[in-house]
Design a binder for this molecule. Sequence first.
Ligand SMILES: [Zn+2]
Length: 424
Amino acid sequence: MRFGPSPGDASRFVSAWSDVAGVGRDHLRGGYSRHAFDDPEMQLRQWFAEQAQRRGLEVENDRNGNVWAWWGAPAPGAVVTGSHLDSVPGGGAFDGPLGVVSALLAVDELRVRGITPARPLALACFLDEEGGRFGLPCLGSRLLTGAADADHVRRLHDADGMSLADAARRVGFDPSTMGPDPARLATIGAFVELHIEQGRLLRAVDPAAVVGVASEIVAHGRWRLTITGQGNHAGTTAPADRADPMIPAAAAVLAARRALSGFDGAVATVGRIIPVPGGTNVIASAVSLWLDVRHADATVTAAVVDAIVADVRAEAAAEGCTVMVQRESMSDRVTFDPGLGLEISGRLGVPVIPTAAGHDAGVFAAHVPTAMLFVRNPSGVSHAPDEHADAADCVTGVQALADVLETLVGDINPAARHVGAGDE
Ligand SMILES: [Zn+2]
């Protein structure tokens, strides 16, 4: 990087970070619960709009619940950076907001460097990246690019039975306009998302690296298994009379763990399981569980799901239960723009690593040159309250993002720059 972080950068980061750190804390689960269109997420949108306006950026909502802030009028060739404001239930502080805060601070850094972008630069926050409320991840980017059907999305429900359409209306968004936005997509010349690293690969590849560049996202998907049995009394129901859907559900959990050793490089997880009715002294009548499966190769991902479902079906047949399997989402392996990734990695002198975590950048990669920057995460923990990045590393991330954006947007008047004025 050409400019080292200064003490001023650190205080700017700490100040911006403290704005978001108090919003959406989950006192029950720990960490943060910020979900699409809920109060904390709307509060962060408001904060983002104010911060962008304070920087003289033009803020607008698009048709798909994403918010944009423009430096320069929207036009083809625009460089876009940003991330998401929502979290998983009880998630970490950094997943999403770090990319948004870094985008705002990168604008400050470009101004300190005296850059006047030759191309428009936009900051964006995308709707429901985690799918924590409506089940389908990367909603905003999928709707915008046409990767998700708007009718299907409008009908998605949250755990309280509220449809996405109603949730959108409740906070002033018109769900009827959701759908592909080719005109907006056509303005994007490049997309760069900065994100906290999820996992510890960066450290394994280069123990000194603070920042990394993503090469690819492995294939990943979510499946919902609904197992139906016979609700009954936990005390009085004889073994032969039981049709307990929790037994095949348990088989799913164990089969997912076995898949880790049975399929090289695959991961499979049951992280959510809902028994109906959910009473201590009640044999459940039905169990819903969600299976998350990931592997570099989509055909292996499918084979893992098949193997787990076969075990569940066998256990269900023995127990007298039925199984329904529904694929809720699937993302094929995504390779980020290799030219852009190599150029960034060379410019910053940082390693290139793959990831098994999904991102809006993965959706955009099918349409526009896309890159991701990762900021190291010493413990590797993510999607949990212990997720952490050091402030100094985040500042280095902002500098790296500014370097990348500076290259991509160009400077209208390079001669007029004050080089090195980095610590005002
Ligand atoms: Zn994220």
